[in-house]
Design a protein around this ligand. Structure first.
Ligand code: PGA
Length: 248
């Protein structure tokens, strides 16, 4: 039985004030939440969130990391720095990093490896573009993205990886994949993992992301192979986010 996991991805949206209100609001509702809940915080606010969530069940993640341990990499942040501020998770390969910052499957695979080597759990994102779905290439794309990581780190370490399937056409658009579309792809993702290891295919959490909100989370998370959500826009309001957290 896989536990439901709900992750908030704040992206580049925060201020000291909004972070305070949001986190305190989420913490208030946490006693009624059975799911594992993680908030992925912009770097400058990690310290603030670490202090706010101390002794609670709310976990901290970051949104990216650099593959180097330290040195002359102006503007970059290492795995150790993330851990220094309480991060246990890190988003890797989000479609915005892939499309806006040119992250290839191989770069994403390296980041997954560095996260794992440093004891961070990667929230490994995959998903197809609209034109790829329309061309019938969804399965080819997600297989390619997953196999790049399996090739680099092996299947065993998927015990410590959370996959997030995020169809790019659903991210921030208000267009959500139907439960059937999402379920079909999640089941296919498990098939790809099963080609290497059937047990790992069954135990790996696969979250759905892309315009998930408090109105559609129930239906999506009820699907057999959907183990929770990676939530962007709806994670910025504590009430909305908590409603999704309580689905699990
Ligand atoms: P969205 O973003 O919920 O705003 O569509 C999801 C994500 O990009 O992780």
């Amino acid at each position: 039985m896989r536990q439901t996991i709900v992750v908030g991805n704040w992206k580049m949206n925060a201020s000291k004030e909004t972070v305070n209100t949001l986190v305190l609001g989420v913490l208030e509702g946490m006693p009624d939440v059975k799911s594992e809940v993680i908030v992925c915080v912009p770097y400058p606010y990690l310290c603030q969130v670490e202090a706010l969530v101390a002794h609670s069940q709310l976990k901290i993640g970051a949104q990216d990391l650099n593959v180097n341990a330290s040195g002359a990499f102006t503007g970059e942040v290492s795995a150790d720095m993330l851990k220094d501020f309480g991060s246990e998770y890190v988003i890797v390969g989000h479609s915005e990093r892939r499309s806006l910052y040119g992250e290839s499957d191989e770069m994403v695979a390296e980041k997954v490896q560095v996260a794992l080597d440093n004891g961070l759990t990667p929230l490994f994102c995959i998903g197809e573009l609209l034109e790829e779905r329309e061309a019938g290439d969804t399965e080819t794309v997600v297989a390619r993205q997953i196999n790049a990581v399996i090739k680099r780190v092996g299947i065993e370490v998927f015990k410590n990886i959370i996959i997030a399937y995020e169809p790019v056409w659903a991210i921030g658009t208000g267009v959500t994949a139907t439960p059937q579309q999402a379920q079909d792809t999640h089941a296919y993702i498990r098939e790809i993992l099963a080609q290497s290891d059937a047990d790992i295919a069954q135990s790996t959490p696969i979250l759905y992301g892309g315009s998930m909100n408090s109105g559609n989370a129930d239906e999506l998370i009820a699907c057999e192979d959907i183990d929770g959500g990676l939530i962007g826009g709806a994670s910025l309001k504590s009430d909305d986010f908590l409603r999704i957290c309580k689905v699990g």
